[in-house]
Design a protein around this ligand. Structure first.
Ligand code: IMP
Ligand code: MG
Length: 181
């Protein structure tokens, strides 16, 4: 299935479920090697990260703990609006533990650099960032993810956890809106 019909147009597949699965396996292999023998807490950013994180942790070959945080600055818009706000904090201890922050996409970088600073303020052994998608051309703050699934052009994407006004998170692939004009 490479296209999904939608009232507003079509969602065209940009990255297939098979390509995502292959890349997630590679990232998990790299993370398992890098953190072998270390204490690792994986922190997913709700809500976008949950599908990616669920697939990623199941491909790891090392034991990890998992937690979630939620940060918002998006409304129903497709642009980051103003100051990020922490809506839900982690509850796991980060003492003597490495932290890997996981998110679906890095765009301006505003939310994720806020989250990285927030996690660093808890004094873990280290904080790194893993994103499935990187829209590098959109960056407004200096932040470079440590693990990147795919670099993508400046186009609003949905599926595999990514939404547009809470729609399309359930699509098994990453796609973009295609209009009939
Ligand atoms: P940033 O602070 O601008 O980097 O925003 C990151 C957040 O914006 C991500 O976690 C997503 O929730 C959302 N976002 C950015 N670009 C897209 C997109 O193309 N599709 C869906 N959500 C996006
Ligand atoms: Mg998000």
């Amino acid at each position: 299935m490479s296209e999904v019909l939608d009232g507003a147009g079509r969602i065209a597949c940009e990255i297939s479920a098979e390509r995502i699965a292959g890349r997630v396996r590679e990232l998990a292999g790299q993370i398992s090697t890098d953190y072998a023998g270390e204490r690792l807490l994986i922190v997913g950013v709700l809500k976008g990260a949950w599908i990616f994180m669920a697939d990623l942790v199941r491909q790891l070959t090392i034991p990890v703990r998992c937690d979630f945080a939620r940060v918002t600055s998006y409304g129903m818009e497709t642009e980051t609006s103003g100051e990020p706000k922490l809506q839900l904090d982690i509850t796991e201890s980060v003492e003597e533990s490495h932290v890997l922050l996981v998110d679906d996409i890095i765009d301006t970088g505003i939310c994720l650099s806020y989250m990285m600073d927030h996690l660093r303020s808890k004094n873990p052994a280290s904080v790194r960032l893993c994103v499935l998608l990187d829209k590098r051309v959109r960056r407004k703050v200096e932040i470079q993810p440590d693990y990147i699934g795919f670099e993508i052009p400046d186009r609003f994407v949905v599926g595999y956890g990514l939404d547009c006004g809470e729609q399309y998170r359930e699509l098994p692939f990453v796609g973009y809106m295609k209009h009939d004009d």
